[in-house]
Design a protein around this ligand. Structure first.
Ligand code: UD1
Length: 423
């Protein structure tokens, strides 16, 4: 298993290119199942989660080719006639559940294993199931699989999600594109990845309005055609690398970064005393001398502060001047990075959904363990600022969501290397 070794203390300066969004790409790829014509995605990130989705689509009978060093994904579901998403693939990644809506819409049936993914809470599927049932699907859980069918096709309906789930919104929108009649989805998630999905579906001929608001209206069509679509910038990778100069000092430009993707996060950085400015090529982040201010954070659905940046923000707060409280409202078990940060000298008290962080002057390097995707990168951020050497173990979590992290950071002056090891 690979490890990442970091010698902390170097200020960062330079530029980091931001990739296409993992979470957008993972919902855009299953959209291929909705059409028998080719769907091509450009600006795709090169990540192990994308390879897992490729494996899943291929197992369903789709043709998927990675072109241009993986930045272009060309797909065709012309011959995709399998509807079983097997446990062996689905258990690796929760986003595998995003094939459920498209399979049901195109074939009228789907068997999808209950998902796995990051161990950050229960993450059930009830909202997906009730949404698809509202469209007329019959779904039962047997032997660890969701068995779904819509023998007479899906029919448009008015449905309100009990919570603005990103995945349930994506499954419902994809399924409704081929349903008969009009679907109105209320309390829909508003994340930029959903806006991106809708842009792609529209390019495929879907009739959708209201994306980016909490009511999305979909007028079903008979068929969708092929399209080429560029994947939106990864706002979580963007926010993560915005934190790098914030935590080490220095100035870094995030190429391709856009303020509207990270507005509430950038506001918190501003409150912490970090300068964020828009440039021609993206966003520039600068930290002047001195400690950052402690700020409180509450995670919320978009446009609120993203749960996927909570762990990284906690790393910054570990050396802030004062006490900050981070409240996690999206997932119930998402502070697994806290004990690892404590091993580096942080002072963190976790009580339920609240983590109280008392800033210390300096963190110290230590051997630490990555526990999930965003937790692992928070340890890397902390290590960049810590005195001495940090060894981050179990970095396969990191490779699920960050491409070439050590190259991107070392290009800005970080002392970071990957060590390949067996076992
Ligand atoms: C997506 C993102 C993930 C991000 C999350 C919240 C992808 C591939 N992943 O995950 O990185 O952290 O949004 O922004 O896009 N829930 C239920 N029942 C359901 C579905 C969800 O109770 O049927 C709960 C979950 O347990 C969780 C909350 O709703 O507590 C949010 O989940 P959801 O918005 O669905 O996240 P994902 O789509 O899984």
């Amino acid at each position: 298993m690979d490890r990442i070794i970091i010698q902390g203390g170097a200020e960062l300066s330079g530029a980091i290119p931001i990739a296409g969004a993992k979470n957008a790409c993972l919902t855009l790829m299953p959209a291929t199942l909705l059409s028998d014509e080719p769907l091509t995605l450009t600006n795709a990130p090169r990540l192990s989660d994308i390879r897992t989705m490729t494996e899943l689509l291929v197992s369903l009978g789709a043709e998927v080719s990675a072109l241009n060093d993986g930045k272009v994904i060309a797909m065709s579901s012309h011959n995709a006639d399998n509807h079983l998403a097997h446990y062996d693939i689905v258990r690796k990644m929760r986003a595998s559940n995003l094939v459920l809506g498209p399979l049901l819409a195109r074939h009228g049936r789907a068997e999808v294993s209950l998902p796995g993914g990051c161990a950050i809470g229960a993450r059930p599927m009830d909202l997906h199931i009730t949404a698809l049932e509202a469209l007329g699907a019959e779904i039962e859980l047997r032997d660890g699989y969701l068995h779904a069918k819509a023998p007479t096709g899906l029919k448009g309906a008015v449905h309100e999600l009990g919570f603005a789930s990103v995945g349930a919104t994506e499954n419902m929108v994809m399924a409704a594109t081929l349903a008969k009649g009009t679907t109105v989805l209320k309390n829909a998630a508003r994340e930029p990845e959903i806006v991106d999905l809708v842009a792609c579906l529209r390019a495929m001929g879907a009739q959708i309005a209201g994306e980016g608001t909490s009511t999305i209206e979909i007028q079903g069509v008979d068929r969708l055609h092929g399209a080429t679509h560029p994947v939106v910038t990864d706002r979580i990778e963007l926010g993560t690398y915005m934190l790098a100069p914030a935590i080490t000092g220095g100035e870094v430009e995030l190429l391709g970064g856009k303020m509207h993707l990270v507005e509430s996060f950038a506001e918190k950085l501003h409150d912490a005393g970090i300068d964020v400015t828009e440039t021609k090529a993206g966003l520039a982040v600068k930290r002047a001398n001195g400690r950052v201010n402690a700020v409180n954070v509450v995670t919320e659905p978009f446009p609120g502060f993203p749960t996927d940046l909570q762990a990284q923000m906690m790393a910054l707060m570990c050396t802030a001047d004062g006490v900050s409280v981070l409240e996690e409202r999206i997932f119930e078990n998402r502070f697994m990075h806290a004990p690892e940060l404590v091993r580096m000298g942080a002072r963190i008290d976790v009580q339920g959904g609240h983590a109280t962080v008392t800033g210390v002057d300096k963190l110290r390097g230590a051997p630490v363990m990555a526990t999930d995707l965003r937790a692992s990168v928070s340890l890397i951020l902390a290590a960049l600022a810590a005195e001495g050497e940090t060894i981050v173990n179990r970095v396969y979590h990191l490779d699920r969501g960050y491409e070439r992290v050590e190259d991107k950071l070392s290009a800005c002056g970080a002392q970071i290397e990957r060590v390949k090891s067996d076992g």
